[in-house]
Design a protein around this ligand. Structure first.
Ligand SMILES: [Zn+2]
Length: 498
């Protein structure tokens, strides 16, 4: 406790955060506010480093870059819709031969390990460029802090990472799963060396790490996907924790069968869907125990990343990316990993709080999917009401089911979620709110931009700071962000700096 208090003091002092009295619900930020932007290396190189940094600083008051060190996860888009009003218009990725590894890590460090990194290929565009080496001085000159942004890649892109499929998850039927196994020792070692070498080789001010995955219970109950991971490492770990792997697997199998039947239009169980799900959980309590271990493994990796980075550079600002499902709608994740837990091994926590795109996402990714499965006892409208009630939103001020594709949640969602995060970390970590604008949505014909309004963007940014965020991060990708919204973000940040 003494350590926490000292850390809290240092944390607050470093960013000029003053602990608020009153109900203790949140801290108020004075200055300076971290104003970050999520950006890909190719955007900086396409637009020109100096020109791009000037543009970001002048119009959006940016003082921190969160730049990918690898883009292994990135799809071959057109999954995004690009802005058209940057000084140099952003270029599409289609047909380009870009690298996925943007930093130079010594291959010898990974020798003997099952997983390595993409080798430099002189035939690729920008193959000769070294992004953090090139950014360091221009950022320093402008007072812009430079963060490495590391995002876990799924198995769909495994071919880009030598050996990656060897450390993958295993699903219910023993088939390869969708991501790396957090309990695979070789995967953990690969992450550890990657973080260590990145921090050693580049003068970074900080590092953000995160995985955009939830767990097997969400996979099966919300999406009807086959749960994972049941590999030898997970069975071994969970067995040592006293959990019977075969019984856990059988429980998941029964849930999967139940959800698949519902999604395929089968008859609902006579006692109702909730009762049928609870019946499995009561008969196989190993299902919940197995799930809880899954997120412990994720937290252990995050803690390892923190230790490695801080051991090399104690002054670095090292923290966690909390993706949209984890921050905003996955109740199992929320129950399993609290913001207080994250504060134990992070300097900052960055929850994704994209208010606009949450409208369409809520409809398509949450209500529609869940109502066909675990929420099968409820209508879609009632499912949305349940979501608003359970997650603490005011139903009267938020969109109805019918308008979700066209109307995002209000900036009050950003305020409430930031305040919850600030209260959760309780001074043990800083909170940087991920403010989303111009994020594209999926439509039958492909992608189209969600119409973000600059006044709402400014209000969402302001409300995050009013809720006690020590920073805000313009999201999701710089090449999608239009100038009017960048300016709105910048105005709100500048007002917050005063
Ligand atoms: Zn596993």
């Amino acid at each position: 406790m003494r350590h926490l208090n000292r850390r809290r003091f240092l944390c607050n002092a470093a960013l000029g955060v003053s602990a608020m009295a009153g109900s203790g619900a949140f801290c108020a930020v004075t200055k300076p506010v971290l104003a970050g932007v999520q950006i890909s290396p190719h955007s900086l190189l396409d637009e020109g480093v100096e020109r791009c940094l000037d543009f970001l600083q002048e119009h959006a008051a940016i003082n921190a870059l969160f730049c990918y060190s690898q883009t292994y996860h990135m799809g071959t888009r057109p999954l995004n819709v690009l802005a058209s009003d940057h000084p140099t218009p952003p270029r599409k990725l289609d047909g380009r031969n870009l690298p996925h590894q943007w930093v130079r890590l010594p291959g010898a460090e990974f020798k003997g390990l099952a997983v390595g990194h993409e080798r430099a290929d002189p035939g690729r565009e920008y193959a000769a460029r070294d992004i953090f080496a090139e950014l360091a001085e221009p950022c320093r000159r402008r007072g812009i802090r430079l963060y490495a942004r590391i995002l876990e890649a799924g198995m769909r892109r495994a071919a880009r990472i030598p050996g990656y499929s060897r450390v993958g998850t295993v699903d219910l039927d023993g088939e390869p799963g969708q991501g790396p196994c957090w309990n695979h020792p070789e995967y953990r070692e690969w992450v550890r060396i990657t973080v260590r070498q990145t921090m050693m080789r580049y003068p970074l001010d900080g590092l953000q790490y995160g995985a955009e995955r939830v767990g097997p219970l969400s996979d099966v109950l919300f999406r009807g996907e086959k749960p994972e991971c049941f590999c030898e490492h997970c069975r071994d770990r969970n067995g040592k924790a006293g959990i019977d792997a075969d019984r856990a697997q059988e429980g998941y199998r029964q849930l999967h069968r139940l959800m698949r039947g519902l999604a395929e239009g089968g008859a609902k169980p006579a006692d109702g869907v909730f009762a049928a799900v609870l019946r499995v959980l009561m008969k196989y309590p190993e299902v919940l125990a197995w799930y809880e271990q899954w997120f412990r493994a994720d937290s252990e990796i995050q803690a390892m990343v923190y230790r490695e980075a801080k051991a090399l550079r104690p002054e670095a600002d090292v923290g966690q990316h909390v993706d949209h499902q984890r921050s905003s709608w996955d109740i199992f994740y929320r129950a399993s990993v609290s913001y207080a837990d994250m504060a134990a091994h992070n300097d900052f926590v960055k929850p994704i709080l994209y208010h606009d795109i949450l409208g369409p996402r809520l409809r398509e990714w949450v209500i529609d999917r869940m109502q066909r499965r675990v929420l099968g006892d409820l209508s879609k409208e009632l499912s949305l009401d349940l979501f608003y009630a359970v997650f603490g939103h005011d139903r009267a001020t938020q969109p109805s089911y019918a308008v979700l594709p066209k109307r995002g949640l209000s900036p009050e969602y950003v305020f409430r979620e930031t305040r919850r995060c600030v209260a959760g970390v309780a001074g043990g970590a800083r909170v940087y709110a991920g403010i989303g604008f111009d994020v594209p949505q999926y439509v039958p014909s492909g992608m189209e931009p969600f119409p973000s309004d600059p006044a709402t963007t400014a209000l969402a940014t302001r409300r995050a700071l009013e809720a006690g965020a020590a920073g805000v991060v313009a999201s999701r990708e710089y090449d999608e962000m239009s100038l009017p919204n960048l300016k709105a973000f910048g105005r709100a940040v500048s007002a917050g700096q005063r």
